[in-house]
Design a protein around this ligand. Structure first.
Ligand code: OOG
Ligand code: MG
Length: 270
C-alpha cells in the first residue's frame, strides 16, 4: 500500500477497461455481500476516475432493470466526517432497489455490515437543471421527510479513503423514508433522535447538516450540473447524516424522530 501515489494518476493513465473492471468488482461485492480490500492502494485512481467507476457500477444496476430515484449526499456533517476520517462532501446515486418500506422489515441478509444513520429526504417538484441558490432551493421541492440511510461499505471493516468510498457509490445500500411534509420553512434546527428498541443511540440537530439541510439541495444542484446531469421532478435527495452512523443487528426496532417533522421506522430481521 502506498498512500503517496493515490492522487497522482490522471484519467489518461487509467484505461477505460479498468474503470469497467473495478465497477464490476464493486457491483459483485454488493450483490454477493462479500467485502473487498480498498482499491486505491493497488489501482491509484483519482476523484474524477472514482466518480467514473461509481457511474459505471450504477449503469450495471440500470442494465439489470433498476430505476434511478435520486441522489444522496455524504459527509455533510462534522459528525460523519470525524467518524469516517473523510472531510470532503461526496455524492452517490440511488435506485429503486435501495428503497425499503417505511415501517417494514429490513433483512440483515441483504448486507455485509450495515449501519444506519438519521437523515432528511427531500422530494423535488421540478427538474433541477442548473446550480440553485439557497433562496431558490425550496421552490424546487415538494416536501421533506424524516429518513434513515442504511450504509454498507463494500470495503473490509468499513475502512476507506475518499476515492474508494466515492467509487463504492458512497456506501449506499438502502433508504427508509417517512411521510413528506410540504412545510420547508423551519428545517435548520430540528432535534434528531435515532433509537434502537426505544433507547436513544444518536442525538443531534438538523443544523449539523451544512448549517441548514436545504444547503444539501444547493450542493446536489451544483454537483449534478457539474457533470451535466438533470435531476428530474420527483427525485429524492438524501441530505446526509446529522449524526454518526450505528451498526445494527437483527431483532431491533429502529426509529428516527425529527422535531416537527415526525418519525420514520423499521424493524430488522435476520
Ligand atoms: C460514507 C457515506 C456518508 C453520509 O450521510 O454522510 C454518508 C460512509 O459513511 O460510509 O452517507
Ligand atoms: Mg448517509
Amino acid at each position: 500500500m502506498n498512500p503517496g501515489t493515490w492522487h497522482l494518476t490522471d484519467v489518461a493513465s487509467m484505461p477505460g477497461t479498468d474503470i469497467a473492471a473495478l465497477a464490476q468488482l464493486l457491483d459483485s461485492a454488493a450483490r454477493e455481500r462479500g467485502e473487498i480490500d480498498p482499491l486505491t492502494p493497488q489501482h491509484g485512481f483519482n476523484l474524477e476516475q472514482a466518480y467514473a467507476i461509481q457511474h459505471a457500477s450504477i449503469a450495471l444496476r440500470h442494465a439489470r432493470g433498476e430505476k434511478p430515484v435520486g441522489v444522496k449526499l455524504g459527509f455533510t456533517s462534522r459528525a460523519k466526517m470525524i467518524q469516517m476520517g473523510v472531510d470532503s462532501l461526496i455524492w452517490g446515486l440511488l435506485t429503486d432497489a435501495m428503497l425499503y418500506e417505511e415501517g417494514g422489515v429490513v433483512s440483515l441478509s441483504d448486507f455485509i455490515h450495515p449501519r444506519v444513520e438519521p437523515e432528511l429526504c427531500f422530494l423535488t417538484s421540478r427538474a433541477i437543471d442548473r446550480p440553485l441558490t439557497l433562496l431558490e432551493a425550496a421552490g424546487y421541492l415538494a416536501g421533506v421527510a424524516p429518513a434513515m440511510e442504511i450504509i454498507d461499505s463494500r470495503y473490509r471493516n468499513f475502512k476507506f479513503g475518499l476515492e474508494d468510498v466515492v467509487a463504492d457509490n458512497c456506501s449506499s445500500a438502502g433508504v427508509v423514508v417517512g411521510e413528506f411534509c410540504a412545510d420547508l420553512s423551519r428545517l435548520n434546527n430540528l432535534g434528531v433522535t435515532m433509537r434502537f428498541n426505544g433507547r436513544p443511540v444518536a442525538l443531534g440537530s438538523t443544523g449539523a447538516i451544512l448549517g441548514n439541510p436545504l444547503r444539501s439541495v444547493v450542493q446536489a444542484s451544483q454537483l449534478a450540473s457539474d457533470c451535466g446531469m438533470v435531476l428530474p421532478a420527483g427525485s429524492l435527495i438524501m441530505a446526509g447524516a446529522a449524526t454518526a452512523a450505528e451498526a445494527f443487528k437483527p431483532g431491533l426496532h429502529v426509529s428516527v424522530d425529527i422535531g416537527g417533522l415526525g418519525r420514520a421506522e423499521f424493524l430488522t430481521g435476520g
